[in-house]
Write a protein that binds this ligand. Structure first.
Ligand code: UDP
Ligand code: MN
Length: 641
């Protein structure tokens, strides 16, 4: 009986526990539903776009790619995300932070590491000092950002991420018809420590201007940036943008390597490599795709307009324009409006270009891979575009600038990053010279003696590139010079008639001050540089050709020695002809029969016009004064590199 009584009590306790459990469950459910309801009400007032979760980032959003992965070269899918390298960045969603990120302007407050470290508040300035202090602080912030980025980031921050550029296309462009079915495109944007505003303006400008049906994706490739804002904040931001993917490299790859990585991960038929500080003009993509679709070996560039690094003002580039390089292997855009043909079609007709700049290039993905991508031996920055250009031309493709496509590129005041190696650019130039220039490379080494000396002590490992060149059956540099770039003057560099023009009387060298530009200006005398920057040559036409392009000639203007554009006619004008008398060292101007002399400041005759009172190189009656004695000093032995 007692046992029965006991069992009844146990059963009742169990029932009680069950009731209590049920009650607890009901309470929790109630609280949760209230919470959810509140959220729903809130989101109704302030709609939130569907978010992709930040933890457990999906593979298509962000992958840490180890570029050493052999799968890359094979184009095989890479291993999924291993770990997300986070930074110490504080990421604070602001009060209005739940809006669509495209409307962002101050949506996120980015607190850079260390920004809030010092909690001591300085003594408040006196009333009058306040305005000045604020102004000073602003200016300091501005100049430190210019230092950091190479452009005025304060101004850039104030400009909308969706600003529209003023129309700069030729009216003829609006009548152009493009094919209905153009190839799909991956826009590959590599960046290393790019500023937030410029990077995002680039991305939005592509999204705002490229037709959806052709834009497969925007592929952001982080070349191991260090700046905090490019880590989780960027991942979060990109996660809201349709059609934008972000991959990260675990190794600093440099421009070419980073682009090759992007290409290996891209899905579009055509690749557009774009710098991380560009703004696209309406309708920029279609004309490029049309040209590539017509011929898959065509590599094309828009007209590159210029964004001013100080004001962010947009400056349209004059047509016709094409890319060229000089004998120091430096790149230039050559804009020659005077060459505009009378033919009305010429305003919309693409022009072939010896090289293209790196800012924006469109290339068929398969052609890019088969022609050898970017040279993996190139270090960080520089020359990769010249290398690609010479290779494309020599190995069966072509390059052109398409005038109805315009993209603006931010021209930096200085590069925003430093290199671990001072001679990095020379090393990249050496690769170009040794792989592609055959015997013509000597002309380069004479004009870049640093490259020459590096080359003497080490050889570049270009075996793979030479093998590629052979297997693709590429043409030689002579073909390239005569067929693609016949305008480039080919120096003769005759022994004893080329090198630095050394003046016996002063122990200095003839010099053309930098910054006077390609149109010419007054010659001067300066310490001999020994770098090849003062290289000139007296050729068989009796011209003294100056500079790495060899397009400027020693000329006389009144009594002054100046540089002028060389004549394209043969025989050349006698005004540009000189005789070098080896025995006396005199350099005699043919037309006037006067001799080249160095005059010190104040050493001029009274009769001289006011503006030539400063010292420099002049034409004077011939004497045997040491200041009229010259010789061409060769810095690189005639055998060359
Ligand atoms: N870049 C990169 N890795 C580097 C150096 C540059 O990804 O090591 C990126 C850079 O952010 C830019 C592009 O490559 O988007 C070209 O570099 P930059 O604009 O500095 O060259 P420039 O236009 O001055 O020739
Ligand atoms: Mn750039």
């Amino acid at each position: 009986m007692m046992r029965l009584w006991g069992r009844a009590i146990v059963r009742r306790r169990k029932v009680l526990c069950l009731w209590l459990l049920l009650l607890g469950f009901a309470l929790v459910t109630l609280a949760l539903s209230d919470l959810l309801n509140r959220d729903r009400v809130h989101s109704h007032q302030n709609p939130v776009p569907p978010r992709r979760p930040l933890q457990g980032i999906p593979n298509d959003l962000e992958v840490i790619v180890d570029s050493r992965d052999p799968a890359l070269e094979l184009g095989v899918d890479l291993a999924p995300l291993k770990s997300l390298q986070e930074d110490q960045l504080l990421f604070v969603p602001s009060m209005q932070g739940t809006k669509n990120p495209q409307q962002r302007k101050g949506t996120y407050k980015v607190l850079l590491p260390g920004a809030n470290k010092d909690t001591r508040t300085p003594a408040p300035p006196t009333h009058g000092e306040m305005g000045k202090a604020v102004q000073l602080e602003e200016r300091e912030v501005e100049s430190s950002l210019v230092q950091k980025y190479g452009f005025n980031e304060v101004v850039s921050e104030k400009i909308s991420l969706h600003r529209r550029l003023p129309e700069a296309r030729h009216p003829e462009c609006f009548g152009e018809q493009y094919s209905e079915s153009l190839p799909s495109t991956s826009v590959v944007i590599c960046f290393h420590d790019e500023a937030w505003s410029t990077l995002l303006r680039t991305v939005h400008s592509v999204l705002d201007t490229a037709p959806k049906q052709y834009l497969q994706e925007v592929l952001l490739v982080d070349d191991m940036s260090q700046h905090g804002h490019l880590k989780s904040v960027l991942s979060e931001y990109v996660s809201h943008l349709d059609g934008v993917r972000l991959i990260r490299s675990t190794k600093r790859l440099g421009v070419g390597g980073c682009r090759t990585l992007g290409a290996a991960r891209a899905a579009g038929e055509v690749l557009v490599f774009m710098d991380s500080h560009c703004e696209c003009q309406k309708g920029w993509l279609e004309p490029l795709l049309e040209r590539v679709a017509q011929d898959r070996t065509r590599v094309v560039s828009p007209i590159m307009d210029v964004i001013d690094w100080q004001t962010f003002q947009y400056n349209a580039t004059q047509w016709p324009v094409r890319g060229v390089f000089d004998w120091r292997l430096d790149f230039y855009w050559e804009s020659k409006p005077e060459l505009q043909e009378k033919d009305p079609d010429s305003a919309v007709r693409p022009v072939q270009s010896p090289v293209l700049g790196g800012g924006v290039v469109a290339i068929d993905r398969h052609f890019f891979q088969s022609v050898g991508a970017y040279d993996p031996g190139m270090l960080l920055w520089g020359e990769e575009q010249i290398e690609l250009s010479i290779r494309v031309w020599s190995c069966g493709g072509s390059l052109e600038v398409v005038p109805c496509s315009r993209v603006a590129h931010l021209d930096h005041h200085h590069l925003p990053y430093s290199f671990p190696d001072d001679e990095l650019i020379q090393r990249n130039k050496i690769r170009v010279a040794d792989t592609w220039m055959d015997a013509y490379r000597k002309i380069f080494y004479r004009r870049d003696t640093l490259a020459h000396f590096i080359r003497q002590s080490e050889s570049p490992n270009i075996t793979e590139r030479l093998r590629l060149k052979r297997s693709l059956g590429c043409r030689n540099f002579h073909w390239y010079l005569t067929t693609v770039y016949p305008q480039l003057y080919i120096p003769q560099d005759r022994p004893a008639l080329s090198g630095e023009l050394y003046n016996v009387g002063t122990g200095s060298c003839a010099d053309y001050p930098r910054g006077q530009g390609p149109k010419g200006g007054a010659m001067n005398i300066a310490p001999c540089s020994g770098t090849g920057s003062q290289h000139c040559e007296l050729n068989s036409e009796l011209e003294v050709r100056w500079g790495p392009m060899g397009a400027l000639c020693l000329d006389a203007k009144d009594e002054r020695a100046v540089l002028s554009p060389c004549s394209t006619h043969r025989p050349t004008s006698s005004r540009l002809q000189w005789t070098f008398i080896k025995l006396s060292g005199q350099l005699v101007h043919q037309q006037s029969q006067l001799c080249l002399e160095v005059l010190k400041e104040g050493g001029l005759p009274q009769s001289s016009p006011k503006e030539v009172k400063t010292g420099g190189l002049f034409l004077r009656p011939c004497t045997h004064h040491p200041r009229q004695q010259w010789h061409f000093e060769q810095l690189v032995a005639p055998k060359g590199a």
